[in-house]
Design a protein around this ligand. Structure first.
Ligand code: PMP
Length: 428
């Protein structure tokens, strides 16, 4: 039973790796946007930001099986798939970003991006946003400021990290679309402080749509202005597309397109491998080459034959099944249905995001925006009873993290909105 399984997990499996998703006791299999437990009960998976093209995809498993039986090896060897996958990624990136590193996770991708920024700029200081999550490795963790993930986040910063106020247009110090200037001024002040101390700037890292804060778009023009300030000082601009990129926004393939900017380094992971460990850094040749002067880069399994085939097949499926278009149409439809809930229930303060990258933020009071943290947890628990897997996100854990597979059917969007409506109607 569930308790015995949890006990067994805790015996040898490290406790800090929390099984914190509200989950049925044991998932046995998945199909498209659904997961099934041992008894065969179906759950709608609305939170999975990794399984981009859906669970149990037979085209993907066939391609992986074929490649496994042919060859999988240390990435030091030469094989065709890695060249082909790099070409495909470079073709997807804006002009000039034509050089690819393949790794195994988002944390590694961000660590590598920071090392590239250090090598290319000859400097060390990095500006990152408050409320951010960029990974758990030493450098990616250093620029992660989310107190939900790490309550000590703000007291353990190394001195090369310079956090600036999160440009959260919903609950930040400045609100709404007109807040761009105030948020840019905050970055400008931070950079001037650094200039005055003689600190040289290596770069700036952010998600281009703020996933960790609940899917909040940055104020219009924010990245354009910040990138200009950073580049004027010789810094490198990093876009963390680990959650937001790869078609999830529906209206854009990359998050930075929504801000109308081109970064110097793009980091990708999660969905690009559909659950297989795969990440990438896409950058300019000059930036990539800067690392060579300092040493070299190597990852035993990053871009292995199997990983490369996974990456290629995910891209084929995205294209052939028109999943970005589905994220747009079903995502817009779902957003409309969730906005109708905001009209009906005062607790639902706002819907953030676009495509299948959405957040519903719960507040006790729409004026003070007091976060409804306990209520959000109870709503997620009740959703699980009713067959929907959902999880709170944001620094106050008061936002529903709506990031389902991009194959989400319209009927599933309806089921989610109907079920959430029922939970809010019943009280929690
Ligand atoms: N960046 C962002 C924006 C993320 O959401 C995550 C994962 N939650 C990471 C980086 C780290 O990715 P990984 O867990 O694959 O190391």
């Amino acid at each position: 039973d569930a308790a015995a399984l949890l006990q067994r997990r805790h015996r040898h499996y490290a406790r800090p790796q929390k099984n914190y998703y509200r989950m049925p006791p044991q998932i046995e299999r998945g199909w498209k946007e659904h997961l099934f437990d041992l008894e065969g009960r179906a759950y709608l998976d609305m939170v999975n930001n990794v399984t981009l093209v859906g669970h149990g995809h037979s085209r993907l498993s066939a391609a992986v099986g074929r490649q496994w039986s042919l060859l999988n090896t240390n990435s030091r060897f030469h094989y065709a798939a890695v060249a082909e996958f790099s070409e495909r990624l470079a073709a997807l990136a804006p002009e000039g970003l034509d050089t690819v590193f393949l790794v195994n996770s988002g944390s590694e991708a961000n660590d590598l991006a920071l090392r590239l920024a250090w090598a290319a700029s000859g400097a060390r200081n990095v500006v990152s946003l408050l409320e951010a999550y960029h990974g758990w490795t030493v450098a990616s963790d250093a620029v992660s400021t989310s107190i939900a993930d790490n309550p000590q986040a703000l007291t353990t910063r190394p001195d090369w990290v310079h956090p600036v106020v999160s440009p959260n247009t919903y609950r930040g110090p400045f609100r709404g679309e007109g807040s761009t200037g105030d948020y840019v001024d905050a970055v400008s002040r931070k950079l001037r402080e650094l200039d005055e101390k003689g600190g040289k700037l290596a770069g700036f890292i952010s998600e281009p749509v703020y996933g960790n804060a609940g899917g909040i778009p940055l104020p219009p023009g924010y990245l354009e202005a910040v990138y200009a300030l950073v580049r004027a000082r010789g810094g490198v601009c990093i876009a963390d597309e680990v959650q937001v990129g790869y078609g999830r926004l529906g209206h854009y393939f990359w998050g930075f397109e929504q801000q109308g900017v081109v970064p110097d380094i793009i980091t990708v992971a999660k969905g690009m491998g559909n659950g297989h460990p795969l990440g990438a850094v896409i950058t300019r040749r000059t930036i990539a080459d800067a690392l060579e002067e300092e040493g070299y880069f190597f990852s035993s399994a990053g871009g292995s034959p199997v990983s490369s085939v996974v990456g290629l097949t995910v891209l084929d499926i995205l294209h052939d099944e028109a999943l970005t278009e589905n994220a747009r149409s079903v995502g817009d439809y779902l957003k409309g249905r969730l906005e109708a809930l905001v009209e009906r229930f005062p607790l639902a303060g706002a819907v953030h995001g676009m495509g299948l990258y959405l957040g519903v933020e719960f507040v006790r009071d729409r004026e003070t925006l007091e976060p409804a943290t306990e209520e959000t947890a109870a709503i997620c628990d009740r959703l699980l009873d009713l067959g929907v897997i959902m999880q709170p996100t944001g620094d106050h854990l008061n936002v529903l993290k709506i990031k389902p597979p991009l194959c989400l059917a319209r009927e599933s969007a309806d089921f989610f909105a109907d079920t959430l409506g029922r939970v809010l109607e019943e009280g929690w």
